[in-house]
Design a protein around this ligand. Structure first.
Ligand code: MN
Length: 293
C-alpha cells in the first residue's frame, strides 16, 4: 500500500495515478492517540488499521495524484536520523573535494560510519514533494543528496539486525539537502525544507527486500546520481541496529540511509526528480528563500 498526506493535512491511499481520501481514518486514529506519545499516531496505528484503510480507499472515488499537494507522508516523527559516509564512492568524492574544505584543514568527522555515528536533522526541515525547497543561502554551495528513506513502524531499542526489518513501516525517497560550510553538520542540514521526503510511503510488505534497490536522480533532466542499496556500507538492518543502540526508535521516525556519489549543486529554480521503481517519482523544485519576520 502507498500512503500519502496531501492538501490541507489529508490522508490518502495512492492506487495507480489516483489518490483515495481516507482522512476519516486519520481523524479517528489521532483522536484516540495520547498527546504525549512519541512518534506519529497514524504510522503507529497502521498494523491495526491497514485493512480498514484499504477498504475505505476502495469505497471512495480517487482523484488524480497530479492534482493534489503532496506533503511529507509522516506528519509528526519523533526524530529524523541520517547516515553519513555510507557509500564508498561518495566518501571518496568528498575526500577529493577542495571547494568545500581547505586541503590542510583538519577533518571534522571520521569517514567510517562506525566511528562517525549517524546525525540528526531537525523535524522542522521536513517537507513533501509539493512544498518545494527554499534555498536559504543561494550564495553558498547547496547540494542534493539522494537517499532511500526508511520509516520506522514501531517502538524499539537495542534492535538486533536480524529483527530490524520487523520495525520498518515502509520506505520513501528523500533528499538530505546540505549547505556546505564550516558549521556543524546538523546545523547546515536542518535548514527549513532541507529534508524532503516522499512522494508517499510504500509499506514494507509491498516494497520488499531493501537490499537491492536502485534509485536515480535527475536535476533539470540531467542524470546526477544513481544509487543501489547493495553498495551501502551499513545496510538497512545494520543502520537500524546502530541507531537503536543509541536511541529508542519510535513509529514514524525517519531515517535517511546515506547518499551515493554524484552529489552536486542546486540553485533556485531547479527541478529535482528522483525515481525508484518500487516507490515512484519524487519531483521537487527549489526556489529562493523569502525572508519573513
Ligand atoms: Mn546524506
Amino acid at each position: 500500500m502507498k500512503i500519502c498526506r496531501f492538501d490541507d493535512d489529508r490522508l490518502g491511499v495512492v492506487i495507480g495515478d489516483m489518490v483515495h481520501d481516507v482522512t476519516k481514518a486519520q481523524d479517528e486514529i489521532r483522536a484516540a492517540a495520547r498527546y504525549d506519545m512519541k512518534g506519529d499516531a497514524v504510522i503507529a496505528a497502521l498494523p491495526q488499521w491497514r485493512k480498514r484503510i484499504e477498504e475505505m480507499a476502495a469505497k471512495v472515488p480517487g482523484q488524480p495524484v497530479s492534482g493534489v499537494k503532496l506533503l511529507s507522508p509522516v506528519a509528526r516523527p519523533s526524530k529524523v536520523m541520517a547516515a553519513p559516509v555510507n557509500y564508498a564512492k561518495h566518501v571518496a568524492e568528498m575526500a577529493a573535494r577542495t571547494d568545500i574544505r581547505k586541503p590542510d584543514a583538519p577533518k571534522r568527522n571520521s569517514s567510517k560510519i562506525a566511528e562517525a555515528g549517524i546525525f540528526l536533522k531537525a523535524n522542522s526541515a521536513i517537507v513533501g514533494a509539493s512544498e518545494g525547497i527554499p534555498i536559504r543561502f543561494p550564495d553558498r554551495i547547496n547540494e542534493h543528496e539522494l537517499e532511500l528513506v526508511i520509516i520506522i513502524g514501531k517502538k524499539g531499542s537495542d534492535i538486533p539486525k536480524e529483527k530490524a526489518l520487523d520495525y520498518v513501516a515502509g520506505y520513501a525517497l528523500g533528499f538530505d539537502m546540505t549547505t556546505r560550510g564550516p558549521e556543524d553538520r546538523s546545523f547546515r542540514k536542518s535548514i527549513d525544507g532541507y529534508a524532503p521526503v516522499g512522494p508517499w510511503l510504500v509499506t514494507a510488505d509491498e516494497f520488499g527486500d531493501p537490499s537491492d534497490v536502485t534509485a536515480t536522480l535527475h536535476v533539470n533532466g540531467e542524470l546526477r546520481q544513481t544509487a543501489n542499496t547493495r553498495e551501502l556500507i551499513f545496510d538497512a538492518p545494520r543502520l537500524i541496529e546502530f541507531a537503536s543502540s543509541f536511541y529508542t526508535l519510535h513509529p514514524g521516525d525517519i531515517y535517511f540511509t546515506g547518499s551515493p556519489a554524484g552529489v552536486g549543486p542546486v540553485k533556485p529554480g531547479d527541478v529535482l526528480r528522483a525515481r525508484c521503481d518500487r516507490i515512484g517519482e519524487l519531483e521537487i523544485k527549489t526556489r529562493a528563500h523569502e525572508i519573513r519576520a
